[in-house]
Design a binder for this molecule. Structure first.
Ligand code: ADP
Ligand code: MG
Length: 272
């Protein structure tokens, strides 16, 4: 047995689609790995965009998070390496669409992922699996059983919020779901932070949205704002995180800054 500290488990959640969850899972994961952390991304979205964006094409997804949730495979068996050193992924497939129905009748339906992650951590202790310092879970755009599984096993939630007029709409629903999960399934769950994404400084409305979100959510909002940057949206079609595609672009630099901030917050949370 070795004394490996357990990984920090962060969930990217927002029931709105297209707000930057997957982009943040891929690129925050890459940025954390770039500064020396060992990162596992768990793709819990049937669309599998995090898997594609990290270069794991569909043919290569032999074992997926679907098999893990059905307990037909262990999480360790699903994990594949990516082109980024220290960054691995447990990919998803469209099979995940059906998982909700398959496990709906089971008493432990909300704890399927938690059990799989706990097994992985136990295996790490026995050095049978790689030790991760961060686990990032990419959720589908819905507060469904997949997202509940992610929230039930996580330490904290990271909420990507797009800098648009309706940004705050839906946030209260998400926060109340987090609160409910905290009360009923996972007392240690907290909000890690809110990250504003796709910011365009030429857009007055976006600037107003940033100010509003900061006013409502205070220091829960990360200082780093992710700019709208075409390089960020091009990278996935090359199967690469933006940091490998164009390290110098504003998007890559912002995700590196966010990683530093996330690590800083972790230190504060641990000291508290
Ligand atoms: P979600 O996972 O929340 O549905 P995505 O991360 O898939 O959202 O992002 C939605 C779309 O916006 C994608 O096409 C993505 O490439 C694009 N996108 C995300 N972040 C940025 C950004 N900072 N700049 C430009 N395009 C972005
Ligand atoms: Mg997504």
């Amino acid at each position: 047995m070795t004394d490996v500290p357990p990984p920090r488990i962060l969930v990217l959640a927002n029931q709105k689609g297209g707000v930057g969850k997957t982009t943040t899972a891929i690129n925050l994961g890459t940025a954390l790995a770039a500064v020396g952390e060992t990162v596992l991304v768990i793709d819990l979205d049937p669309q599998g965009n995090a898997s594609t964006g990290l270069g794991v094409d569909r043919k290569a997804r032999r074992i997926s998070t679907y098999d893990v949730l059905l307990a037909e495979s262990s999480l360790a068996e699903a994990i594949v390496a990516t082109a980024v050193p220290r960054l691995s992924i447990a990919p998803s497939t469209l099979d995940l669409l059906g998982v909700e129905l398959e496990i709906a009748g089971d008493k432990d339906r909300a704890f399927r992922l938690k059990r799989a992650v706990a097994e992985l951590i136990a295996a790490e202790r026995h050095e049978q699996a790689p030790a991760f310092s961060y686990v990032l879970i990419d959720c589908p755009p819905s507060l469904n059983l997949l997202t509940i599984n992610a929230l039930a096993c996580a330490d904290a939630v990271l909420v990507p919020l797009q800098c648009e007029f309706f940004a705050l709409e839906g946030l209260s629903q998400l926060l109340s779901t987090v609160d409910q999960v905290k009360r009923s399934l996972n007392p240690r769950l907290s909000i890690h932070g809110i990250v504003l994404t796709m910011f365009d400084p030429r857009n007055n409305l976006a600037t107003q949205v940033v100010a509003d979100v900061r006013r409502f959510m205070g220091d829960k909002v990360y200082e780093t704002v992710i700019p709208r940057n075409v390089r960020v949206s091009e990278a996935p079609s090359h199967g690469k995180p933006v940091l490998l595609y164009d390290l110098k672009c504003s998007g890559s630099q912002a995700y590196l800054k966010l990683a530093t901030e996330v690590i800083q917050r972790e230190k504060q949370l641990r000291a508290a």
